[in-house]
Design a protein around this ligand. Sequence first.
Ligand code: FAD
Length: 547
Amino acid sequence: METFDYVIIGAGSAGSVLANRLGEDPVSRVCVLEAGPTDWHPYIHLPAGFIKTFHMKSVNWGYQQEPGPWTGGRSIYAPRGKTLGGSSSINGHIYNRGQRQDFNTWAQLGNRGWGYPDVLPYFKRLERRVGEGDETYRGRDGNLTVTTMDWNDPLCEAFMEGAVSLGIPRNPDYNGAIQEGVSYCQRTIQDGLRMSAAKAFLHPARKRGNVDVRTHAHVTNLIFEGKRAVGVRYLKGGKGGTPVEVRASKEVILSGGTYNSPQVLQLSGVGSPELLQSHGIEVRHALPGVGEGLQDHYAPRSVARVKNIRTINELRRGVSLWVEALKWATTRRGLLSLSPTMVYCFWHSGETTESSDLQLTFTPASYKEGVQGQLEDEPGMTVASWQQRPESRGYVRIRSADPFTQPIIQTNYLVEEIDRRVVVAGMKLARRLLASKPLAPYYAYEDFPGPKVQSDDELLAAATERGTTTFHPGCTCRMGPADAKWAVVDDQLRVHGLQGLRVVDASIMPRMISANLNASTLMIADKASDMIRGKTALEAVKFPEQA
Ligand SMILES: Cc1cc2nc3c(=O)[nH]c(=O)nc-3n(C[C@H](O)[C@H](O)[C@H](O)COP(=O)(O)OP(=O)(O)OC[C@H]3O[C@@H](n4cnc5c(N)ncnc54)[C@H](O)[C@@H]3O)c2cc1C
């Protein structure tokens, strides 16, 4: 059996960073096992290819969630990347770190070294910010290029003016000192091409020669000797493929993402004894928190019909599309270089006195049935709005002992009353933004939720009928102290009660953050890499008020 120092399961956002950093030690041998194929497909790299990879089974797990009590009986689609780069190879490219109190809350939950001053140096080390940014907050020398949307669109400009007219200021850098305000979004795009975690971290690591990346390697379970993880079993070629085992002399690191990391643990006998026994799986280690606590952002998408101007809906058709294709081929700009969202707005619902609890996005386009993925024929504009720090929690549990059966994903969107109130407040703000004076020359009428929907109950009913995921699941292998019943890993990301095993990905977040999750997942992996290598953590940032 082959032996490596480290075996990493999953070449996604976290796995790619880990492979890069652990491979920096020339004597270390690193094996990365990825269930999906290589990331050769052009739709991965073309920014507008997002719309294609969204449903492309070859690079996407394409999961379905269970209907929840507040999703109107609907099973909401849950795309996840299944290729090198993982979800960062199919995501919407937005770079958004969150607010300082997100991480301070993690620390307050008993996780030493995870407060904002501790994590900021890792955000900085990872990125190569091109454009506006105060050096206290932004990095200039990392592998991950972060640019600002360079499409100056009259509708986007009018939307931002509308926000300003409602008292929401322009913010030149929402990843800087404060998040609040409105601005064009920052993106992991370089020269008109996607900057996935694979491109930024994994591919450069492979060139060193000590990082062995195996695609079509579907991990079925972990191998233990007593309470120590010593290796991994996978099927080469996926379902029906050849069983292969690899050993890790130092550590096995599980980076399968929020849905698959708990699944692999449960399949390996680590989790709630009742759940495991109900599927005939021998309990290796009872850890009831595995898979529990799932959180995600839930967004209704408000749509208005547009007049007097062309939206993306028309530009992606016929001759216009050919013109745009030529533009992209020659300049790497234009329609095909766009992300699904163009403007970001962070503001208060009025429900809490804390920092902004609403995130709103603006797109000069509209999608079929309000869902991202398929553009409509009629011109439209969309504002998605969601609560940044939802309280509702669900779970990920294996459906069967078969590693190829998708786990049960129950997010329990909106089960907590505060979530329902903030989502309704978000829809009201979205309505005011779309109906603002600067947008008036282009605003025809509100299509969704529509003028008949007025009371809070009616708005909530509309949210229930049409809300969707914003693709930010986290928190299913939560980081916390050993005496917390919900905790799966400690603040070094080691699985409680086991040796030689860490979980490093979005699943370890103890609470949802006020952001899309890619940036912080990369940060988690970078910080974990120092822990694994036994390096001293980067020095915490001292802000003026602490000096
Ligand atoms: C459609 C979409 C849009 C998004 N938009 C944004 C955005 O604009 N901005 C943002 O910040 N975030 C966005 N996100 C979220 C963000 O990309 C993810 O939160 C982040 O990439 C998660 O990183 P991860 O390492 O936890 O998991 P992933 O990147 O999903 O990596 C997990 C990897 O493990 C592999 N794997 C899983 N199980 C196994 C197994 N059994 N054997 C072997 N390999 C396995 C998977 O194939 C995958 O490659 C989006 C996500 C999606 C799906």
